[in-house]
Write a protein that binds this ligand. Sequence first.
Ligand code: SF4
Length: 450
Amino acid sequence: MALTGVEIFKLLPKTNCKKCGFLTCLAFAMKLAQRQASLDLCPDVSEEAKQKLGEASAPPVRPIIFGAGDRSVKMGEETVLFRHDKRFVNPSVFALEIKDTFSEADINSKIEEVLNSEIDRVGQKLRIDAVAIINESNDVRRFEAASKIIAIKAPDIPVIICTANPQAAEAAVKLFTDKKPIIYGVNSENTEAMVNIAKTYKATLGVAAKSLDELSVLTEKVKAAGVADIVIDSGARNAKEIIEHNTLVRRAAIRKNFKPLGYPVITFAQREDSLVEVLITVIGVAKYSSIIVLSSIEKWKNLALFTLRQNLYTDPQVPMQVEQKVYKFGEPKSNSPLLITTNFSLTYFIVSGEVENSKVPSYLAVMDCEGLSVLTAWAAGKFTAARIAQFIKESGIENDINDRELVIPGYVAILSGAIEDKLEGWKVTVGPREANAIPAFLKSRMASKK
Ligand code: SF4
């Protein structure tokens, strides 16, 4: 049962020392009750209190590491039903299914697709995270052979071993020792055997139920048998069931602290029609699926799904930002143009993309405006003449260029006179309002200088 803020308060030191970052122990207790703070923040909490609070203050959705090394991903640890309440924490994992009935060539080409799926979007690397090996053949040797190809060709990719046959599960999981794989396929008949395999090979178990009721019974059984890392499937397959079941699971975990459903959810979205598969996956990303298994990963599909996932799993209260500095494009010289913009990620990537498109070697000064776009930063008093002048002076760019000319965004043309007043010896040129006009602007500027 969840403890109330007052019950938690009674277990804290009550010294109001503020070491936890909150003004009082009561304020900290209230945050703990809402699961918006971690007990570790209080250095003086007693062992007895830790024990009592441990379970109550644990994240309502169990955090689980899937895979090992650089490509491992974290799942669960969510604390809210709605993103705007705080934030969604660990992005949905996308896994590509590979059936053991595929030919070796097909398995290899699927792995290649996963390995080549990475794209860079607004400074983040996005990719297909995992593969789900499906025991379609029901044959242990065939499943083992397909798993072996994957283990050799892509040893770092996290794998989900999908089979209800404990023999097949063991044959495959041996190939991924110490890689924290998931064995998916635990049901009421094979629980004991699957638990033993998971314990031996330190794997996470995926519970495959046919209903929510069966799901909570199975997770309790698995947990009681000694496996704590569990991912759950209620059997939901169509859009309506996925929304209903996933919402009930998340509500039960967060609002009721119902531990039997406090685990990351796995959703199987495979469809013959790729567009339908995307729509099912969109539902999963928006509504609480921690892993989504796909049948194909065409580039258009990845781009749409990566974008959605990235947008839902950013902190709505913290704009995405890039580092403040002067970036170089091409090999700029002392007479190359110098442009300025703000450090909102999207602004930076759109402007830098157009500077690159121009093929004119240039400098781009990106100023820290707390992640706000040009007009917003200007309106908020963060992209002002005084601050721009100070940033340009401190950046050291004056040592690299002879032409003391600064190109400012067209939207803040109003600042040009004030910047010239504050940046002695500099000329301020008003650039285009829209980024897509930058290539033509830079080319004509270079042509006029020849
Ligand atoms: S650090 Fe602990 S004792 Fe100090 S105010 Fe926070 S909860 Fe209270």
